[in-house]
Design a protein around this ligand. Structure first.
Ligand code: GDP
Length: 172
């Protein structure tokens, strides 16, 4: 599994879904986050958590940089997709982003595991993990790839440890 070695995992999702908060929670205190290529507005954060190497970037509103991210796609071994489970209005937008990622030529034929975080579960009226996966039709998008969906509260860390355990345990 991923636990045995380092693995490139990207954490993506719309703006405001909670990516930075998730990352901050997983990031060990001692690890200094650093940005790669900050001058062209393409911020990538790299850190290790229990021997998994995370690479993180914000996917939304940055369409013009998409061709730059694509250089990283070949190395990717797992995807963490964060969705704001209280943002029902943008659920279709999140779905479209996930679809764009998973149907990319460098990704579509690979058996990359997908971890979906239904974040902000603490907000009243937010969708459950199951409701999120239905709203985004994750079954259809994931195809035969292994996927797992967890409700999380990135502010408190609730659900995050279980989610990352799934990634650590899955065999590629
Ligand atoms: P990013 O744009 O995806 O990196 O999102 P951020 O991590 O910056 O989070 C956006 C906003 O949502 C911030 O105000 C966070 O404090 C808040 N937030 C993130 N996760 C949660 C959560 O699980 N519950 C609640 N209530 N707020 C959250």
């Amino acid at each position: 599994g991923l636990k045995q070695r380092q693995a490139k995992v990207i954490c993506v999702g719309l703006d405001n879904s909670g990516k930075s908060t998730v990352i901050n929670h997983l990031k060990p205190e001692s690890t200094k986050a650093h940005n790669i290529l900050p001058t062209i507005g393409f911020n990538v954060e790299v850190f290790k958590h229990e021997s998994i190497s995370f690479t993180v970037w914000d996917m939304s509103g940055q369409g013009r940089y998409r061709n730059l991210w694509e250089h990283y796609y070949e190395d990717i071994e797992a995807v963490i997709f964060v969705v704001d489970s209280s943002d029902k209005l943008r659920m279709p937008v999140a779905q479209e982003e996930l679809k764009t990622l998973l149907t990319h030529s460098k990704i579509q034929d690979r058996n990359i595991p997908i971890l979906l975080l239904a974040n902000k579960m603490d907000i009243r009226g937010s969708l459950t993990a199951i409701q999120c996966s239905k709203a985004m039709d994750v079954d259809l998008l994931a195809k035969d790839r292994p996927y797992h969906i967890c409700s999380t509260n990135a502010l408190t860390g609730d659900g995050l440890e279980e989610a990352v355990q799934w990634l650590s345990a899955i065999s590629l």
